[in-house]
Design a protein around this ligand. Structure first.
Ligand code: SAM
Length: 256
């Protein structure tokens, strides 16, 4: 008899393979510049008074390290022990917890801010995941997410193919539409206070040298990345062109 593998186990197996790739991904000046801009965009939504902060799906900890600089004592949760082992080296002293975000091993109303950068789409019960985030947040807490966005049909098809064909993705993972993720937030009891697209050129060319490494060979790649980041910011602010964005950043607060 074959026993169906759970999604949790599939994610643990996948990220065991991926952990070394993340160190490579962040090892170039241009890719770090891009990720730092993305992180700064997300961290800018943390209220100044925030104390306890959780990063769900913290992975190898590159985001957590930047969060730690501004908000020491943040907690990182990840289902993959292999990913957390890299975090442990990268953010020594960080509070790291191995656990499943669909079960969330924390007491209610513990956190002032909960981050989720690219982990929601790895789970299967999205409303359940978000409802757990709501449960963990204090009344005036804030959820800050960035997830793959498939509003653009070309991006949708390209992602579907990549997730299906590449061994570096799980076929069951899927991006969201902006409308879809807003509906999930609503169903889970969040009032969305901000939503914006993020990442076009810099995301494509600087974000993931482990997938597309062309900038490694281009002189002035850091300068070019800074230019891409500026162009992306303009594109994502223009309603029709924001369709080009690869991610959607959503900020929400628990409703009543
Ligand atoms: C795309 S990676 C993002 C890592 C990190 N946030 C970053 O931006 O570099 C997704 C992370 O979510 C974690 N993950 C997937 N499913 C999870 C679950 N159910 N609970 C906790 N973490 C999970 C994976 O192990 C992986 O580290």
């Amino acid at each position: 008899m074959t026993v169906a593998r759970t999604n949790a186990q599939a994610q643990i197996d996948l990220h065991r393979k991926l952990a070394p790739r993340y160190a490579y991904r962040y090892s170039f000046e241009f890719s770090r510049l891009f990720q730092q801009d993305w992180h700064a965009e997300m961290i800018s939504h943390v209220p100044a008074s925030a104390g306890e902060i959780l990063d769900i799906g913290c992975g190898t900890g590159f985001f957590l390290a930047e969060l730690e600089e501004k908000h020491p004592g943040s907690v990182g949760l990840d289902i993959s022990h292999e990913m957390l082992k890299v975090s442990d080296e990268y953010v020594p002293g960080a509070r790291l917890v191995t656990g499943d975000a669909e079960k969330m091993p924390f007491r209610d109303r513990r956190f002032d801010a909960v981050f989720c950068k690219g982990s929601l789409h790895h789970t299967r019960d999205h409303v359940g995941f978000l409802a757990n985030c709501k449960r963990l947040l204090r009344e005036d807490g804030v959820l800050i997410m960035s997830e793959p966005c498939n509003d653009n049909p070309i991006i949708r098809v390209a992602r579907k193919l990549l997730y299906k064909k590449s061994q570096h993705f799980d076929e069951g993972d899927e991006g969201f539409t902006k409308k879809g993720i807003l509906r999930l937030c609503d169903e889970a009891g969040f009032e969305v206070t901000r939503v914006k697209k993020y990442g076009v050129l810099a995301y494509t060319f600087a974000g993931f040298p482990d997938h597309l490494g062309v900038l490694r060979f281009v002189p002035g790649s850091a300068l070019l990345t800074r230019l891409f980041i500026r162009i992306d910011r303009m594109l994502c602010a223009i309603p029709g062109l924001s369709l080009l964005g690869f991610h959607v950043v959503v900020v929400g607060k628990p409703r009543g």
